[in-house]
Design a protein around this ligand. Sequence first.
Ligand code: XIL
Length: 316
Amino acid sequence: TAKLNTVAKAAGKKYLGSATDNPELTDTAYVAILSDNTMFGQITPGNSMKWDATEPSQGTFTFSGGDTIANLAKQNGQLLRGHNCVWYNQLPSWVTSGNFNASQLSAIVSNHCGTLVGHYKGQVYSWDVINEPFNDDGTWRTDVFYNTLGTSYVSIALQAARAADPAAKLYINDYNLESSSAKATAMVNLVKSLQASGVPIDGVGIQGHLIVGEVPSTFQSTLQQFTALGIEVAITELDIRMTLPSTPALLAQQKKDYQSVIGACKAVTGCVGVTVWDYTDKYSWVPSTFSGQGAACPWDANLVRKPAYDGIVAGF
Ligand code: XIL
């Protein structure tokens, strides 16, 4: 049977990839599939490049977990997505403490992004420099960065990232950007304003945490709204969950849903690739986050391919 990265590349995409996480790397059967670069041409660290992992106390950087993933990508001949520089979640308490004024927090954001991106210079295809800046209604998320710096934290982070690794594609990444919505409009407007003021921005990441039977019909046109701005898009965290237990009917619908998401990316020239948010239900974040839901990935918890796998192949 066809391998996923092989079919993605044959369709003109740069990669079909997977998220992974450090604790899973002791599972040799899991790693064997992950490391096949005809299956996955790209990997993303699910946690180990986040702020709490990389700068747990101010000015002290710890890259060991991230380095493990970066080295795995290198060994396997896979692209690497960096994830992420600035996010309201998984922040160490020294950042959220509220103890910093604007000029201090500006320097902290700049130093964090510059040091993190600089550490992986030359190894990363694309970075999620900003993660999840918007609420679903298109207003800004009022996290410590916005509350202290207003929208300027976005350009501070992007400029620091560009200076640290000029070759890396710089992305803003968010969920619920899969349909035309207030949030997607807010993202379009943000990209336009960054471009107008000369701030570096290369792509928008569409996370793609979806529900079986609910892939938006405007998925493709929404991707095109972004690429029309002259930037690339990527589907960065694809999984399609269902209410458990899974049934043959739900798995068949999930196959169709994977196929239509992949088909939308295939149809849009500027959609460079698709990353599943881990390839197996064994290590999916879904059950622990969405109570009663799961079975969101293209491989089951026994590392056996599901109908969704064939949906991905068919979509390309
Ligand atoms: C998730 C990880 O997969 C989990 O292991 C962790 O406990 C929480 O974060 N959007 C993102 C990702 O951008 O960073 C999140 O990853 C999933 C939602």
